[in-house]
Design a binder for this molecule. Structure first.
Ligand SMILES: [Zn+2]
Length: 207
């Protein structure tokens, strides 16, 4: 099973680059398996990562088999706050970064925000990459949401499994793209109250 997880993380990393959701060695991916976390290594471009390069860490951040991504503390903090999620994808994609640099929150202007993110898409307050402050700022938003934008940095999302987290990465990028288009077209309108109530119920049932 652990070998399979390592392989799937490598495949997911290459897919992130292929889909234009990140580049080079930016971003990171992890999967929780029992009391272990498997995470992409620090500073290796995705196309050069092999399953053996995936680093195993515990919830204290102790590493086995290499140097873990600089954002390991953020992954650990998110897992600590969410018992039911087992995969996290952090990425640097253009539309998400544009929104992360310019708004405080993407309001619930589309049904998709509820059904996938769990509400508005919030921009977590700034923290230096790899810092405890960034880990705290992001994990506090992710307690209530499946995705967050990181001020001046990028985006992060989670899922019950890696497939779900990867799918959400694409959805988040698409939501940011549509939000920018909607802002050009006019003023994006928040969903009416009946839509919000319906979507909150549907989202809770899915969790
Ligand atoms: Zn990053």
């Amino acid at each position: 099973m652990e070998e399979e997880i390592r392989k799937r993380i490598v495949e997911a990393g290459n897919k992130l680059v292929e889909k234009g959701l990140t580049y080079g060695s930016s971003g990171n991916i992890s999967v929780r398996y029992g009391d272990k976390i498997f995470i992409t290594p620090s500073g290796i471009p995705y196309h050069k990562i092999s399953p053996d390069d995936i680093v195993e860490i515990d919830f204290e951040g102790n590493e086995r088999g290499g140097r873990a991504s600089i954002e390991a503390p953020m992954h650990i903090a998110i897992y600590r706050g969410r018992k039911n999620i087992n995969a996290i994808v952090h990425f640097h994609s253009p539309y998400s970064m544009a929104c992360a640099a310019s708004v405080d929150e993407i309001p619930v202007f589309l049904d998709e925000l509820f059904s996938h993110v769990g509400g508005s898409l919030i921009v977590a307050k700034y923290g230096v990459p790899g810092s405890k402050k960034l880990a705290e700022n992001v994990s506090s938003v992710m307690k209530e949401r499946n995705a967050a934008l990181l001020r001046g940095h990028g985006a992060v999302c989670c899922g019950k499994n890696l497939e779900e987290a990867m799918e959400l990465a694409e959805i988040v990028e698409r939501i940011c793209r549509v939000y920018i288009l909607a802002s050009i077209a006019g003023e994006p309108k928040k969903l009416p109250e009946e839509g919000i109530k319906y979507q909150i119920k549907a989202f809770k049932e899915k969790q």
